[in-house]
Design a protein around this ligand. Sequence first.
Ligand SMILES: NC(=O)c1ccc[n+]([C@@H]2O[C@H](COP(=O)([O-])OP(=O)(O)OC[C@H]3O[C@@H](n4cnc5c(N)ncnc54)[C@H](OP(=O)(O)O)[C@@H]3O)[C@@H](O)[C@H]2O)c1
Length: 364
Amino acid sequence: MDPDKKEITTLNVFCLGKGPVGSNLVDQILDTGFEVELRRKVRVKVFGVADSRYYIFDKSGVTGNWRAELASGKHRNDLDEIVQRICELDLENVVIADNTASQEVTDRYPDFLKEGFNIVASNKKLNSGPYEKYHQIRALLDKKGKLFYYEANVGAGLPVIDTIKQLKDAGDSITRIRGIFSGSLSYLFNTFSDTDRSFSDVLLEARKKGLTEADPREDLSGLDVARKLIILSREIGLKSNLEDVKVQNLIPEALRDKINLNSFLKEREVLDDHYKAIQQNLKEKKVLRYVGDLDVELRELKVSLIEVSRDSLMGNIKGTDSIFELNTKDYGEQPIVIQGAGAGGKVTARGVYSDLVRIGRASL
Ligand SMILES: NC(=O)c1ccc[n+]([C@@H]2O[C@H](COP(=O)([O-])OP(=O)(O)OC[C@H]3O[C@@H](n4cnc5c(N)ncnc54)[C@H](OP(=O)(O)O)[C@@H]3O)[C@@H](O)[C@H]2O)c1
């Protein structure tokens, strides 16, 4: 046995964000940390948690009471103060887990790296933001020898980024990625295509179930799907930006200037008529799907509502499932298919957790 090899490695994790993803992550670590340590030789210790208002800090690790402690508001969130306090502790293997959707947090990544912290993120703002900034952070990561994992950026807990990396590492090349990347829009069109209900009725039901953003127009704009397409395209080496994606906005033009959700919903008839007409024009045995498509050779990135055969892979998906079809040079015509829950705090947190363990394994 290599005498320098450690028996066990400890990761010291500061979690930013306590939404469905962040709070599940902290709970999963507290609940299953022991098993992970036993099996993977990685001890994951959460020594701090922050939301947008407050933070808690406990060098020996937060406990199951973390929510109440955070809510008690002992320390106001201040990223400078948090970074300084982490540095003062002089801990080994510090990881910042960014489970926010905040640009402000993304903008602090250079500071985190300069202080020697690693990063895991479900937040997709860096990887889908301006290419120049993305590139600078990659260069800084190399320079500092730090790790940044973000599997949860595109397929929640599904192993999409990792599969692409493995294919690339083995010298294969991706020729096309196509699929349904949004759990909420998957639900919307799967349900709409299978019932006689109006589009707005299904939309409001999805919102009530917490599947869409509070303002579902954010989902309908297609921006989130476009962001995922950019992340995938950069993963295979394209220097793409959001402006390069042709996005079909799912909000009918007549409703795009509505300033708030109420005024938008007041005219839901326009929305319903729009989608009823599309539905009625569908050919037999076809269903609607909102599909992201990256054609590597043509360097074409688009997100659009298309009709697919009901018995195709995409036509068959149910509920909030996402599906990613990866075509590669060696796999030929038949794609590698990754399918499953494309959203949800629990599965997404598992994706982040597995990124943490990967960082721990790398420092064994
Ligand atoms: N939910 C999913 O199914 C899913 C799937 C894949 C990827 N994602 C991505 O994962 C990330 C987290 O998702 P979520 O659903 O948990 O988000 P969320 O419900 O919007 O929660 C975001 C959390 O970030 C906190 N926050 C905002 N600014 C902060 C700051 N400056 N410092 C510390 N905390 C800050 C918020 O604080 P407050 O509580 O004080 O508001 C909140 O707790 C998002 O980027 C999302 O796009 C989510």
